[in-house]
Design a protein around this ligand. Structure first.
Ligand code: NDP
Ligand code: MG
Length: 384
């Protein structure tokens, strides 16, 4: 079998290391030709020793490159991800850089690679219409890695020509799901990072606790599946066993289930259309006993409505929502602001943003920069 060459952008992160776990299990199917990270140099050196890529890249240049990893081409600097895929020319790019920082790489991967395997939801939240238009023009598949979108994509394989009436995105509710609302404001970084069902990077774990994550996922689903916001429903499902569902016009609902393990959706995208076993324990329904569902509480999760409204308004507003959230979450993780400050910062930035059209990637970055200035002002005012 011919090996598929793959670039792993964000190789040292939660998604990146789980992707490499699958590469490790199938050395005759996949070759990790290109590994990219931000500043985790030691971790990347270890991965380079193990996976022997053609190209490795770090956004922050390390003091020195050890002798035993100099066999591959090294690229440094803020645009290292784009240069690395241009140099390695892999068949697939698994895009798992966190935040809008990954948008350029997704854009470049569409030009260079046969397929884009997308975890970096912020690239679609900010550049959604442009990215999807480019993918369609070039005829390049965008295979979702986010578990909900992978679930929907898997269900859609059984759709035939039938129209889909609604998408149902499931949400765990995050680490503070069962906290009294009045206590949530003062939750510490440690409290928020203790996610009940998924083990993920810091930013997305905070996003789960505010449910900004589900808001970003509504926007992601809107672009990936061309579905209007009012036909995307969110349901809290604490067990994270149903990963999402599609509903047909006759009321029939198809769901995709599995243990909460990101190697499921990652492997599905890597092997598509083939399924790749990765050693997951099968679901034991009798042991599970019950699966439960609830409507999201709008008071507990005000960011969900902000995201829906931003998507309805369109233009620069989803970009502003994302930029404000990235600034607020980074400030919370640095313990500069309280958890309860995140939602008001996003709300203030959205209120102060006047909608503009997004017609090119430059417009995306301009809207992002403007939102960041507004959000940093809020952080400065609120800093503890
Ligand atoms: P992590 O924080 O764990 O990892 C982020 C990765 O991106 C790291 O390898 C980091 O390098 C690298 N990185 C960050 N900024 C840059 C940059 N400017 N240039 C190059 N590399 C960069 O995040 P996750 O793996 O949790 O999430 C990645 C993406 O996947 C996010 O968009 C997230 O929303 C999405 N996602 C994640 C899920 C999960 O289970 N983790 C589930 C669904 C979606 P370094 O280590 O050097 O900082
Ligand atoms: Mg998800």
């Amino acid at each position: 079998m011919n090996k598929r060459t793959i670039a792993i952008l964000g190789a040292t992160g939660s998604i990146g290391t789980q992707t490499l776990d699958i590469v490790r299990r199938y050395p005759d199917r996949f070759q990790a030709d290109c590994l990219v990270a931000h500043s985790s140099a030691e971790k990347l050196f270890d991965l380079v020793r193990e996976f022997r890529p053609k190209v490795a890249a770090l956004a922050a240049e390390p003091r020195e490159i050890p002798e035993d990893v100099r066999f591959c081409e090294w690229i440094f600097g803020p645009d290292c991800a784009v240069k690395a895929i241009q140099a390695a020319k892999p068949m697939d790019a698994l895009c798992a850089i966190v935040g809008i920082a990954g948008l350029d790489a997704v854009w470049a991967a569409l030009d260079i690679c046969e397929r884009v395997l997308l975890a970096n939801k912020e690239a679609l939240v900010t550049g959604g219409s442009l990215v999807m238009e480019k993918a369609a023009q070039l005829g390049k598949p965008m295979l979702p890695v986010d578990s909900e979108h992978s679930a929907i994509f898997q269900c859609l394989q059984a759709r035939q020509e039938n129209p889909v009436r609604r998408l149902h995105l499931t949400a765990s509710g995050g680490a503070l799901r069962d906290w009294p609302k009045e206590k949530m404001r003062s939750a510490t970084v440690r409290d928020v990072l203790a996610h009940p069902t998924w083990s993920m990077g810091g930013k997305i774990t905070v996003d789960c606790a505010t449910m900004v994550n589900k808001g970003l996922e509504i926007i992601e689903a809107h672009y990936l599946f061309d579905m209007p916001v009012d036909r995307i429903n969110v349901v809290v499902h604490p067990q994270s066993v149903i990963h999402s569902m599609i509903e047909f016009e006759d009321g029939a609902v198809l769901a995709q289930l599995g243990r909460p393990d990101m190697r499921g959706p990652i492997g599905y995208a890597m092997g598509f259309p083939e399924r790749i076993p990765y050693g997951a324990q099968p679901l034991d329904f009798a042991q599970l006993g019950q699966l439960t569902f609830a409507a999201p509480d709008g008071e507990r999760y005000p960011c969900l409505k902000m995201a829906q409204d931003a998507l309805r308004a369109g233009g620069s507003l989803p970009v502003a929502l994302n930029g404000a959230n990235e600034v607020a979450v980074a400030a919370f993780l640095r313990e500069q602001i309280a958890f309860g400050d995140i939602a008001p910062i996003i709300s203030e930035v959205l209120e102060k943003t006047s909608r503009s059209e997004i017609t090119c990637i430059g417009d995306v970055y301009a809207a992002d920069a403007a939102a960041r200035v507004l959000a940093k002002n809020c952080v400065g005012r609120l800093s503890c």
